[in-house]
Design a protein around this ligand. Structure first.
Ligand SMILES: [Ca+2]
Ligand SMILES: [Ca+2]
Length: 372
């Protein structure tokens, strides 16, 4: 039964765009929809029945670490089909230690706790250049036999616009606050739009329908971890200060698309002007100042932190968020984000889901202190 509450890229170009767009920044901010106009995409409403047992989640995390560390060792010994050492530098980039301004004093969605802006100091870390792809997640599953939570529960949330009529005809429930989200039996990372879909031809797209727990299991297996929200946001900003997007303040510099978002009228018309109406290959669109792809748009990305909307202006060092909670923070927005409904494709923007939630627009990437 479906009863679940539901840089290194062209630095010169980047700086030229910043100069060009400075006058545009104000315009962007002035057009932020009022709260009443911004009911949200409903992607924070997707949760499974019974909420989440915080203690259980922590135990699961430990189990994952124990179970998959063995697999990791075997993989390193075998050399296997997994990432070769020589390939590692291409897959991760170093985000240097330093301070940055986290959050914003001009929040697009104040109720999400985007503000106030505060100074944060971070140690350096490596971050995956790409969102974790179907291909990489497939290697993990093939090696470990891992079964995702969506597969265990037997369903996951899919955006109605992606479903076939046959699948839609079998569904009688929707998310009350966001009726375009449907719980679909048989939807999982191998079947992103339900049982009659597959990932053939999409192995280079971000893996979707992975819960926070699934993401932790994968990162642990790779000898990595999920980024804290602060690490993710610092990386998103790409070395720029007080800018809206990873590349600056203008959404489409020189008329070009820099992220996979929604063009048209949400939720009924997606023109795909940026080239994609669903997910895009993880290698799509220009990198930010740190060489990272798709930090905003394409797939939402899980972070390690528990969700809380209350922040102070206190200076922080390597913050890790609240010690407990019900939801985990996700960042960056997705291919479903449109300014009228989900203006969350900004570095300071944030949203949340329970750790066992999964959907057709939520993925992740990993970080580590050293190359593993
Ligand atoms: Ca798009
Ligand atoms: Ca993303």
């Amino acid at each position: 039964m479906f009863i679940r509450a539901v840089v290194i890229l062209c630095v010169v170009t980047v700086w030229c765009d910043i100069i060009e767009e400075d006058n545009v920044a104000v315009q962007e901010k002035e057009h932020v929809p009022a709260d009443s106009e911004n009911p949200g995409c409903g992607c924070n409403s997707l949760r499974r029945d019974g909420g989440t047992n915080t203690v259980k989640t922590h135990i699961w995390h430990d189990q994952a670490a124990a179970k998959y560390s063995k697999a990791l060792k075997e993989d390193q010994i075998d050399g296997g089909e997994h990432q070769q050492i020589s390939d590692v530098p291409k897959q991760m980039v170093w985000i240097p230690a330093g301070e940055f301004l986290m959050g914003t004093d001009n929040p697009g969605i104040p109720q999400d706790g985007e503000g106030p802006q505060r100074k944060v100091h971070l140690d350096g870390f490596y971050m995956d250049v790409f969102e974790v792809s179907n291909l990489e997640f497939q290697k993990f599953v093939n090696t470990t036999g891992y079964v995702t939570e969506a597969e265990k529960f037997g369903d996951s949330f899919v955006f109605e616009g992606l479903l076939s009529e046959a699948v839609k005809g079998q569904i009688s429930q929707a998310v009350a606050a966001a009726p375009w989200w449907l719980p679909v039996r048989g939807a999982d990372w191998r079947h992103p739009e339900g049982p009659d879909s597959d990932i053939v031809g999409r192995l280079d797209h971000p893996v979707l329908h992975v819960s926070w727990n699934d993401a932790v299991a994968y990162c642990t297996w790779k000898g990595k971890r999920l980024p804290t929200e602060a690490e993710w946001e610092c990386a998103c900003r790409g070395g720029l200060k007080d800018r809206i997007f990873p590349w600056g303040n203008k959404l489409n510099p020189k008329g070009q698309h820099y992220a996979n978002l929604w063009q048209g009228e949400f939720p009924n018309q997606n023109t795909g002007e940026d080239g994609y109406t669903k997910s895009a290959p993880v290698t799509s669109f220009p990198v930010n100042g740190y060489g990272l792809y798709n930090m905003v748009g394409n797939a939402w990305e899980w972070t390690a932190d528990w969700w809380d909307i209350h922040h102070t202006t206190d200076e922080l060092h390597n913050p890790t968020g609240p010690t407990m909670g019900n939801d985990k923070v996700k960042k960056g927005g997705s291919y479903m984000c449109h300014k009228s409904y989900c203006y969350r494709y900004r570095c300071a923007a944030r949203s949340q889901n329970t750790p066992d939630s999964s959907s057709s627009n939520l993925g992740f990437r990993c970080v580590s202190q050293k190359l593993s």
